[in-house]
Each structure stands twice: as structure tokens, then as C-alpha cells.
Design a protein around this ligand. Structure first.
Ligand SMILES: [Zn+2]
Length: 151
């Protein structure tokens, strides 16, 4: 069994996120797909919410999606470690599941339903001396091209 004296990063929820690098810079969202009706969900499931089948398989989900809806949160939940206000986005993945997470690196004026976003991982310290957890967030997948300025 490999051992390491170096403190390693952990995903915030190992049922929903797998880290692909030791430094936590990339990861994969995890889900379950129903082998009976093909419906896909984000995270762990014991049975399919669409058809009640328990014939499920684990799948890797896409790291890009489309902003389905969003809200600007001005009163955060207790213990919220980040800046306020922040943007909470519901993102639809190509496989179908909707994933709720903070949207970062975006001006509020640029928020719009249908925006393409990509998975972005950010380290968050759990408590005063807790472990560093990698939290999944969304960021715009591309900066809109600037229009050529003609003088
Ligand atoms: Zn099903």
C-alpha cells in the first residue's frame, strides 16, 4: 500500500467528485446511470428515480454543461467560506443531470441562461485546521471574443 507523508487533497464529496491529479487541479464529476431506462443522475443513487430499477452503473459525467438557471445569493448558508454575494448556478450536463454549484469568474452582468460553463475546482479549507477539500464549481468555458475595435 503506498504511503505518503505529504498531506493530500480530498474531494469535498467522493461520491460526486473524483480528483484526477495529486494537486487537485482536475477532477471528474461522478454519477449513476440506470441500465433499464438510461436516465442518469449526479452523485450516488440506490435506485432509479425514473423507473425504480436498482440496476445502476457508475459513470463519469461531462465536465462541461449549460447554465440552466442561476440565482445571486446575498445571504449565504452558515459556514459559507467564500465571498458574498455569490452566484449559485444550476447546470445541465449533456448526460441529463443538473448540478448545483457556485459559478465563479463571471460578472453578474454576463450571466445568462444557456451560457456554456466548465468544471472548475477550488480548494476550500474545512474549518480552522481541517483538511483542504476540493470543491466543484462552474466557470465560463470561454471568454466571449472581443469585438475588433476600429478607429
Ligand atoms: Zn431507470
Amino acid at each position: 500500500m503506498p504511503t505518503s507523508s505529504r498531506k493530500s487533497l480530498a474531494p469535498v464529496d467522493p461520491r460526486r467528485l473524483r480528483l484526477n491529479d495529486p494537486d487537485g487541479s482536475s477532477g471528474t464529476l461522478l454519477g449513476m446511470r440506470c441500465l433499464n431506462c438510461e436516465v442518469c443522475v449526479f452523485g450516488e443513487a440506490i435506485f432509479c428515480q425514473a423507473c425504480s430499477s436498482d440496476n445502476l452503473e457508475s459513470v463519469d459525467l461531462s465536465s462541461c454543461g449549460i447554465l440552466y438557471s442561476y440565482t445571486i445569493v446575498r445571504v449565504p448558508p452558515d459556514g459559507w467560506p467564500g465571498p458574498v454575494p455569490y452566484v449559485l448556478g444550476e447546470v445541465e450536463l449533456p448526460e441529463g443531470p443538473h448540478v448545483l454549484a457556485e459559478v465563479i469568474d463571471i460578472d453578474h452582468a454576463d450571466l445568462q441562461v444557456g451560457l456554456e460553463v466548465r468544471l472548475a475546482l477550488e480548494p476550500v479549507q474545512a474549518g480552522e485546521s481541517g483538511p483542504t477539500l476540493m470543491v466543484y464549481k462552474w466557470a465560463p468555458s470561454a471568454v466571449p471574443p472581443a469585438l475588433p475595435q476600429e478607429g
